[in-house]
Structures are given as structure tokens and as C-alpha cells.
Design a protein. Structure first.
Length: 129
């Protein structure tokens, strides 16, 4: 008897989320990598600015104008770091919710029957056994 074989296109955009090679899986992977890279670069820049303004504050030499400008820069750098971290987690949560919704509403393709064997009639048993 020949087993049933099914055809399936794994690159089809109708594939379920997480199916290797599906369009949604590829876009999710690209989005996650882009988010990580952008967040990393923004965080590095914010920390560099924090260090820079810290050095400016230390080397103000008693000048109230320089100290005030450096203090404002430090506060802005800390606010920037908080915003970066908050935005990262908000986007990650939103992506997680989107993936859950996508996986619950995605229509998986109906397998197409490629080869079948000749159906065998059901065996009949005598009544009373």
C-alpha cells in the first residue's frame, strides 16, 4: 500500500509563524535583529554622552555655567537611557503579542494530496463473533 504524500511550500506567506523559511518568520527575525542593533547603538551613544558630560562636570573648575551645562547633559543622558530601555521592552512585548495573534489567526495551508493508493473496502466481520 502506498502512503499518502502531501505537498507543502515552506516559503509561503500563509505558513504558520515559526515555520522555518516562512515569510513571517523571516520578517520577525529581521525585525528582532534590527531592534537589537538599533537599541545597542543608541545605548552605546547614550553611555558615551553620559561619560562625556561627567568628565565635563568634573573639569568645570568651579565655573557655574559649565557645571550647569554638564549637569543638564548628564540628566538628559540618563533620561535617554531610560527611554531607550523602555522603548526596547515595549517593542519586544508588542512583537510578542503580535506573534501570538499571528500564530492564532494564521491559516495553515491545506495539504494537497499527491499520491493515493486504491482504497481498500472495509473488512466485514460476521455478526455474533
Amino acid at each position: 500500500m502506498i502512503e499518502k504524500a502531501y505537498a507543502f511550500d515552506p516559503i509561503s506567506p500563509t505558513g504558520s509563524v515559526g515555520t522555518p523559511g516562512s515569510l513571517t518568520d523571516i520578517l520577525n527575525h529581521i525585525g528582532t535583529n534590527a531592534l537589537s542593533i538599533i537599541t545597542l547603538l543608541a545605548g552605546i551613544l547614550a553611555v558615551i554622552l553620559l561619560i562625556w558630560y561627567g568628565i565635563q562636570y568634573i573639569t568645570a573648575g568651579g565655573s557655574p555655567d559649565k557645571a550647569k551645562a554638564a549637569r543638564t547633559g548628564i540628566i538628559n543622558s540618563v533620561i535617554g537611557i531610560v527611554i531607550i530601555v523602555a522603548a526596547y521592552f515595549i517593542i519586544r512585548v508588542a512583537m510578542g503579542i503580535g506573534n501570538q495573534l499571528e500564530s492564532s489567526t494564521t491559516n495553515t495551508p491545506i495539504p494537497t494530496q499527491v499520491a493515493t493508493a486504491t482504497p481498500t473496502p472495509p473488512t466485514r466481520r460476521p455478526v455474533g463473533d
